[in-house]
Design a protein around this ligand. Structure first.
Ligand code: ATP
Ligand code: ZN
Length: 289
């Protein structure tokens, strides 16, 4: 049987689209039919399992999938022992404590003895314990914000990204206790074992790196009076010396290089100031060093 790497991805939710986009940007093709729960990429030995995000850590732990993309919060809450092989940096959110507007909150010690409603009891209790606070977790799986109003909790600990939902429910965010983003997980040491599957994973990670490296880089090409070359090299700086091509007119050169996006405008202006002309800027799709 052909070796295939299995990746668990959220079927539909905040992680789904971006997870698939990352794979697609690696040049991996597949058709996504929302009714299909298992799908094989057409040009790479990768198989997708589309599941609920809550199930991803256990599927990876039990070997149903080899790797998975999941929020760090779900992974930590699951208490599954897995390796985070890459922080993907999207789906950023935080776990915060929020209290009703009439709650007299001073600092974290105000939570002593309180009932805190949350869908993340493991993470919450671990952090409160680290901070020396004794509180009681009231575990609910959704609509955490209404629990103080209905009297089953004194305050809440929930995922926040903007805070609007909290405000709409008469709650005030008082402590940010935990930060999350989407991560790629695998079984412990999976990445260090030698097998066809880890070979596929290494190829996938290399492709992801190449896409990432290119993301904040621009390719620039311009004509330059020959005698200003040293100054131009100095302005561009960075990786390696620029590529220089002579032009028919000996007084001019054509120069090409890669510049990071955050420095781009200052490089552009400095090059113009030393007489560069016809500056052409291009996006880079993939890049290795
Ligand atoms: P599923 O049906 O797969 O169980 P879900 O409703 O549990 O989905 P989503 O709401 O799609 O999950 O959120 C998935 C992940 O996105 C969260 O676990 C979290 O890591 C991240 N996230 C980012 N911003 C937010 C937010 N404002 N609210 C909830 N989750 C967020
Ligand atoms: Zn979920």
């Amino acid at each position: 049987m052909e070796d295939v790497l299995r990746i668990a991805i959220q079927k539909s939710g905040r992680l789904s689209e971006k997870s698939l986009e990352i794979i697609r940007n690696c040049g991996i093709d597949f058709t996504t039919d929302s009714r299909v729960l298992r799908e094989r990429a057409t040009n790479f030995p990768l198989e997708f399992l589309f599941v609920r995000d809550d199930d991803i850590p256990t599927y990876v732990r039990d070997g149903v999938a080899d790797i998975g993309i999941v929020g760090r919060n779900e992974f930590d809450e699951s208490l599954c022992s897995l390796d985070v092989i890459k922080d993907l940096g999207f789906a950023k959110c935080r776990l915060s404590i929020a209290v009703p507007n009439n709650f007299d909150y001073k600092d974290i010690t105000s939570l002593e003895g309180k009932r805190i409603a949350t869908s993340y009891p493991n993470i919450m209790m671990r952090i409160l314990k680290e901070r020396g606070v004794n509180a009681k977790a009231v575990v609910v799986s959704g609509s955490v914000e209404i629990t103080p109003q209905v009297g089953i909790a004194d305050c809440i600990c929930d995922i926040v990204s903007t805070g609007t939902t909290l405000k709409m429910n008469g709650l005030r965010e008082v402590e940010e206790i935990y930060y999350s983003s989407a991560v790629m997980v695998a079984r412990p040491s999976f990445i260090n074992t030698v097998s066809a599957k880890t070979g596929i994973l290494t190829r996938l990670l290399e492709r992801m790196d190449a896409v990432e490296k290119a993301k904040n880089k621009k390719y620039i090409l311009f004509n330059l009076p020959s005698e200003r070359l040293d100054e131009a090299a100095c302005i561009i700086g960075g990786m390696k010396s620029p590529t220089v091509t002579p032009l028919m007119d000996k007084a001019w050169l054509s120069v090409q290089s890669v510049v990071s996006e955050d420095r781009f405008w200052s490089v552009f202006e400095d090059l113009k100031a030393i007489g560069a002309e016809g500056i052409l800027v291009m996006n880079i799709e993939k890049m290795t060093e």
